[in-house]
Design a binder for this molecule. Structure first.
Ligand code: TRP
Length: 362
């Protein structure tokens, strides 16, 4: 194979961080140069960590005028579990979360893997340009496999970075907003795009079939769970976007704090307290240090009261909109059908270019 994938995560993170700043500047100048592809696995309801880590950013980019494709990655659900779970319910829940958070249904294309055959067919030529050794070295796949304990790795788990390359390249996206755990996948996608052209490129190869997609790093992971560890559904420490104000209040009441009544913003020494202060700051769009000072000697009780109000106020309109969306199932279904039809058009066009580059047109 022509080129090795870099395993130096720190160097890759530093490069992507610097590049993300440049891209932001280019975006502000000319959003029409970019096409964004992002997505989520429909494995549960989105929580406020997702909202501040990625959703809010997507809404901003789409509103800036960048063409945005959002993938509900249903085939990726079965990489590490035995069944599909309540998949239909979860797909629609994700769709409602997206729209309620502010993605404009007239502007973004929302679609699912399973409805776009030509996207999935790209897996075949793409698999031919990667080696099994390279896939086994992927640090994110390794970490995810470790998380699943003794469960043997499925073939789909091993090859999902290749599938994800198809997600990105089928629509020739050149920008992928991701957290840093997804950087190895992006590098894999770039390598696949390059190798495809080296191996199968069009005879008149003045332009490659695929662009080289870049990461736009999002500040994922800034909101921790209610116990001060990573926010994750499996740990039961999340506040979901679609929860009620009462459910939110109940959950925040049992959030972990510490015994010092004087509230400060000190993420290193007081992670749990600072996480709650930060959450309030994000919801109120204010400085966390100032918020901590305002609470002062109010203790954990004062802090929780303020965070609860801040979260419930911030999410009240989003939750109201979500309830309306969920009540009109027909509308959600039509919207997804439209998104899938558009994704199919794009995928069919790309697959036809791929087959003609590979001379598989008979
Ligand atoms: N793996 C991503 C996640 O778990 C979801 C995803 C699937 C994705 N395909 C993608 C993200 C393509 C970006 C681009 O969050």
């Amino acid at each position: 194979m022509s080129e090795e994938i870099s395993l130096d995560l720190d160097a890759s993170l530093a490069r992507s961080t610097a590049r993300s700043l440049e891209i932001e500047a280019e975006l502000a100048k000319d959003p029409s140069k970019f096409r964004i592809l992002t997505g989520d696995r429909p494995t549960g309801n989105l929580h406020i960590g997702h909202y501040f880590g990625s959703l809010e950013n997507r809404v901003r980019l789409a509103a800036q005028g960048v063409e945005t494709m959002v993938l509900i990655a249903d085939y990726q659900v079965i990489t590490d579990r035995d069944g599909v779970g309540p998949i239909r319910e979860r797909v629609y829940s994700l769709l409602a979360d997206y729209l309620a958070a502010g993605l404009d249904e007239e502007k973004v294309t929302i679609f699912t893997h399973s409805a776009v055959p030509a996207l999935n067919q790209l897996m075949l030529p793409f698999l031919s340009v990667v080696t099994d050794a390279e896939l086994r070295r992927n640090p994110t796949v390794k970490a995810e496999t470790d998380d699943t304990g003794d469960r043997p790795m499925s073939g789909l788990m091993l090859t999902y970075p290749v599938h994800q390359a198809a997600d990105i390249l089928f629509c020739k996206a050149n920008l992928v907003p991701v957290g840093k755990d997804q950087l190895p996948h992006l590098e894999q996608a770039r390598v696949i795009a390059r190798r495809f052209d080296e191996r199968y490129g069009r005879a008149d190869a003045s332009t490659p079939v695929f662009p080289s997609p870049e990461a736009l790093l999002s500040k994922s992971g800034t909101v921790l769970g209610l116990d001060g560890t990573k926010m994750s559904k499996s740990k039961n420490n999340t506040i979901e976007i679609g929860m009620t104000a009462d459910e939110t209040a109940k959950l925040l009441k049992r959030a972990v704090t510490d015994s010092d009544r004087h509230i400060t913003f000190d993420p290193v020494n007081r992670p749990e307290v600072s996480n709650l202060v930060n959450l309030a700051a994000l919801c109120l769009d204010r400085d966390p240090v100032e918020i901590a000072e305002q609470i002062g000697d109010g203790g954990g009780g004062g802090l929780k009261k303020l965070v609860t109000e801040a979260v419930n106020e911030k999410f009240a309109p989003i939750r109201a909109r979500r309830a309306e969306l969920v009540a009109d199932h027909g509308h959600l279904r039509d919207l997804l059908a439209r998104g899938n039809a558009r994704a199919n058009e794009i995928a069919d066009q790309t697959l036809s270019e791929v087959r003609s580059a590979m001379q598989m047109t008979y």
